[in-house]
Design a protein around this ligand. Structure first.
Ligand code: 3PG
Ligand code: MG
Length: 379
């Protein structure tokens, strides 16, 4: 039994000659039919190898993209199947789970179809375990089931941040929408010593402080909630300076012109804040270098545009450099770390974006709850 209260692979033994259904999260970035980052496939290999070494036949399944319950050529798993065949010969990959409408509606008929012919089920799809979808919550009710090594490790690391972080514990959050992150900010404020906020969502907070934000991203309906957090003296640190683009400039297109200027917290009409400024980058770096635990999720600016990558790059370098235990949430921040060639210097890069935030927020996930159910029914 794993410390997270769900069965481990060992609980499934003996597996000689058994057929195991492996739910993985192989929802990888693909451009023009080519996988641009295969982290999520490689991350499932320890589980696959363990199962094969113990005599099991492994059949994997995953969702890919967000097709609407029927086949769509651009979400064909063929590129994933090809890469999997290279990395883990002998593992079959089923068709994209979301080509069947029963996946997202958690239809019992689809669960029955999925588990037919299998002796056991393993969930190693951390990145999808916050979804109450058929392939995540269904099989444990019917088959002896266990968490794979990746799922176990993710829960151990992210759960550990909530339970026993070394202090100071600094959380750095970026990304565009406050509305997506407000609850996780509130949860992190309970366990972290300080929450540093950059990215598009900082402007809603800056507006709540009374600053002009120009044409920057801002969620007006969230301003009051941000103000309430700040008023109650929450340990939130906001940028003291910003890199902004003049009216007429185009994000992602330096050749279109448009002046780029460093400014403080007040942004003139028409200007758009698109990165934290150099002063803030330096301050955030110091905080990360002085911390003993760091969690980072979400870019500090529009790092795909070289004019606005400095904040994210400086932060990524500090996280890589820091002697703290460092955890980077999935999605864009993991992509940034990979783009800057720093992935090898991070203690844990989560394969889950939404899942890692939900686990930090709630301390549990539907996929884990389902595996706990399995223990009761089948052990
Ligand atoms: C992800 O990429 O965030 C996971 O694979 C989950 O995908 P989803 O957000 O489409 O459910
Ligand atoms: Mg997502």
């Amino acid at each position: 039994m794993a410390s997270i209260g769900v069965p481990s692979l060992e609980d499934l033994l003996p597996l000689e000659g058994r057929r195991v259904l492996l739910r993985a999260d192989f929802n990888v970035p693909v451009r023009d039919g080519v996988i641009t980052d295969d982290l999520r496939i490689r991350a499932a290999l320890p589980t696959i190898v363990w199962l094969q070494e113990h005599g099991a036949t492994v059949v994997a399944c995953t969702h890919f993209g967000r097709p609407k319950g029927k086949p769509e050529p651009r979400y064909d798993v063929a590129p994933i199947r090809a890469r999997l065949a290279e990395l883990a010969p002998g593992v079959e990959l089923l068709e994209n789970l979301r080509f069947n409408a029963g996946e997202t509606t958690n239809d019992p008929g689809f669960v029955a179809e999925l588990i037919a012919g299998f002796d056991a089920y393993v969930n190693d799809a951390f990145g999808a375990s916050h979804r109450e979808h058929a392939s995540i919550v269904g099989p444990p009710l019917h088959l002896p089931s266990a968490a794979g090594r990746l799922l176990e490790r993710e829960v151990e690391v992210l759960g550990g941040l909530r339970e026993h972080p070394n202090r100071p514990f600094i959380a750095v959050l970026g990304g565009s929408k406050v509305s997506d992150k407000l609850r996780v900010i509130e949860s992190l404020l309970e366990v972290a010593d300080e929450v540093l906020i950059g990215g598009g969502m900082c402007f809603t907070f800056l507006k709540a402080m009374g600053h002009a934000v120009g044409a920057s991203l801002c969620e007006d309906d969230m301003v009051d909630r941000c103000r309430a957090l700040l008023d109650r003296g929450a340990a939130i640190r906001l940028p003291s300076d910003v890199t902004a683009l003049a009216p007429g400039g185009k994000i992602g297109d330096p050749s279109a012109g448009g002046e780029v200027r460093q400014m403080g917290r007040s942004i003139p009409d028409g200007w758009m804040g698109l990165d934290i400024g150099p002063g803030t980058s330096a301050e955030f770096s110091d905080a990360v270098l002085e911390a003993r635990t760091v969690f980072w999720n979400g870019p500090m600016g529009v790092f795909e545009d070289p004019r606005f990558e400095a904040g994210t790059r400086t932060l990524a370098e500090a996280v890589a450099e820091s002697t703290a235990f460092t955890v980077v949430g999935g999605g864009d921040s993991a992509a940034a770390v990979a783009q800057f060639g720093l992935a090898g210097q991070i203690d844990h890069i989560s394969t889950g974006g939404g899942a890692s935030l939900e686990l930090l927020e709630q301390g549990d996930l539907p996929g884990l709850a389902a595996l706990r159910q399995s223990r009761k029914d089948t052990a």
